[in-house]
Design a protein around this ligand. Structure first.
Ligand code: F6P
Length: 513
């Protein structure tokens, strides 16, 4: 039975209708911190400031049974089909299982060859790919590969070009030396328009700079090796069809990190992810970080109708976390039908958005503190800095991070504001904060490769769990197809059957007669 048809779902709907709890007073219930804050894999997860009480948590735990979460989790772990619309398992967890490391060995060996000069001197790598073929690897290199931020990057510089807008590639060309540049072209399907056009342009650029055999400087990473071969590429790293693009950074797709920082760093990333997988598979549901996070997500998005969830990384090394999570969460769970094709009559995944702190405090936090939306906010921080600057930077960074969560919860009453506003009621209203706004905080002890692996595996498991609780398929993405078809039609210059607004835009941009 689909979860939303169960009595457990109906019970939660009743709880949501009467939900009016003041989160601060929920701390009076004994054991809240013990129940809603936990530590695993070097990461502290604090969900205690979220709008959850014991009754709701019990109801959500009961929903896991109605959704057969243990059964779906077992299927995921055992390589059974969890993606029914494509008839596939989802094998990303297997990629980081130590017993499977042979699968990643060719990619790690390739990274070593590049670093050791097997392709000649290589100063730069242009990584070409889009979506899951870029966001994950880009995040990894940015987070772990920058020596200025304590990263281990002593290998070639990595420049990521994703967009079909030539500007993306033009920037990469400007930053790289063509005489000593390699191309890593990543595409699961090797049919993606952006990647193929950018790849051709990059090969032409090498040629134009007198690289005699440009194809010998290209490594393709794909699940469709025959398509890469058809384009004359000889060096190919393969991964399986059952690894989704947005879950693929653990496969040879993560090659740029191994090239930049070394194979051992990539192995440590896998180890950390595997440690989180073990926690996800074995910890009791009430003390299981990804499960608790998913319960809270489903409660807030589906029952309390909170349509967004913001994620702010209070660490420059994690500045690409929010865009990475947007794809993971929105491409996975942005669905309106259940696994069996029936409509889901409730709001599904929240819109993920966010950025970095403290920058965002001075840009978007106004709405979070005083706007009419009461959507959840997640803070991600690292207890130790990577840079060697004055420790005051990091003290203030963390103080700001924790202050935001505290202020969202506490608010400022009208009376307090009135006193500050010397009795001016309009000013007092403008300076009041409702408070009672929920947030969660994730604090890593350090940003080592294993901790980052664990953090990303946590988000994957959380996304999967939320998908199961909503009864949908987290592993397909049919929603991106229609736009691709229409784009091809428009690019052909012969659009038909489209609306007057689009036709006028085409004429205005001289794309059609
Ligand atoms: O269009 C969506 C999508 O298929 C994503 O799921 C994927 O990560 C991205 O495009 C890139 O696809 P590919 O790796 O096949 O080039």
């Amino acid at each position: 039975m689909l979860p939303h048809l169960s009595r457990q779902w109906a019970h939660l709907e009743r709880l949501a209708r009467s939900w009016s709890a003041d989160i601060s007073s929920l701390f009076d219930q004994s054991g809240r911190m013990e129940k809603l804050a936990l530590s695993t894999c070097g990461i502290y997860f604090d969900f205690s400031k979220l709008p959850l009480d014991d009754q709701v948590i019990d109801g959500l735990i009961d929903l896991t049974a109605a959704a057969d979460f243990p059964g779906w989790r077992r299927k995921l772990a055992c390589g059974e089909v969890v993606n029914p619309s494509e008839g596939r398992p989802a094998s990303h967890m297997a990629l980081r299982d130590p017993s499977n490391r042979a699968a990643i060995a060719p990619a790690l060996a390739m990274a070593k060859t590049v670093r050791d000069g097997g392709f000649g001197t290589i100063s730069d790598v242009i990584h070409i790919g889009i979506g899951g073929s870029a966001l994950g690897p880009h995040l990894l290199v940015d987070a772990l590969g920058d020596p200025a931020l304590g990263g281990q990057g002593d290998g070639p510089r990595i420049h990521v070009a994703a967009n079909i807008d030539g500007g993306a590639l033009a920037r990469a060309f400007a930053a790289a030396n063509p005489a000593t540049t390699m191309i890593i072209a990543v595409s699961k399907t090797f049919t993606t328009q952006e990647t193929l056009l950018n790849l051709d342009a990059a090969i032409a650029w090498l040629q134009a700079h007198e690289v005699t055999e440009p194809l010998s400087r290209v490594i393709a990473v794909t699940a469709a090796p025959e398509r890469a071969q058809e384009r004359g590429i000889r060096t190919i790293l393969e991964f399986g069809d059952s690894v989704g693009g947005r879950y693929s950074l653990w496969s040879p797709v993560g090659l740029p990190l191994a090239v930049r920082a070394g194979p051992e760093i990539f192995s440590a990333l896998l180890d950390g992810a595997h440690a989180m997988d073990r926690h996800f598979l074995a910890a009791p549901l009430v003390a299981n970080a990804p499960v608790l996070a998913a319960l809270a997500d489903v409660w807030q998005a589906c029952f309390l109708n909170r349509p967004t969830r913001a994620i702010f990384a209070y660490d420059e090394r994690l500045r690409l976390l929010a865009p990475y999570l947007q794809q993971l969460e929105m491409e996975s769970n942005g669905k309106s039908v259940a696994r069996d094709g029936t409509s889901l009559p409730f709001p599904t995944a929240a819109i993920s958005w966010g950025g970095t702190g403290t920058d965002a405090q001075h840009a978007v936090f106004q709405l979070l503190h005083q706007g009419t939306h009461h959507d959840p906010v997640e803070f991600v921080a690292v207890a130790t800095a990577g840079h060697g600057l004055d420790p005051q930077h990091h003290r203030l960074l963390l103080a700001n991070c924790f202050a935001q969560g505290a202020a969202l919860l506490k608010g400022r009453s009208h009376d307090e504001a009135l006193a500050e506003a010397r009795g001016d009621p309009a000013l007092a209203a403008a300076r009041s904060f409702s408070g009672n706004r929920g947030s969660s905080t994730i604090l890593l002890d350090q940003l080592s490769p294993d901790r980052l692996g664990a953090l990303l595996a946590f988000y994957e498991a959380r996304t999967f769990t939320a998908g199961v609780l909503m009864g949908l398929n987290s592993f397909d993405q049919w929603g991106v197809e229609l736009g691709k078809q229409v784009a091809n039609q428009l690019a052909s210059g012969k659009p038909s059957g489209l609306d007057p607004s689009t036709m006028a835009l085409m004429r205005r941009a001289c794309l059609s007669g």
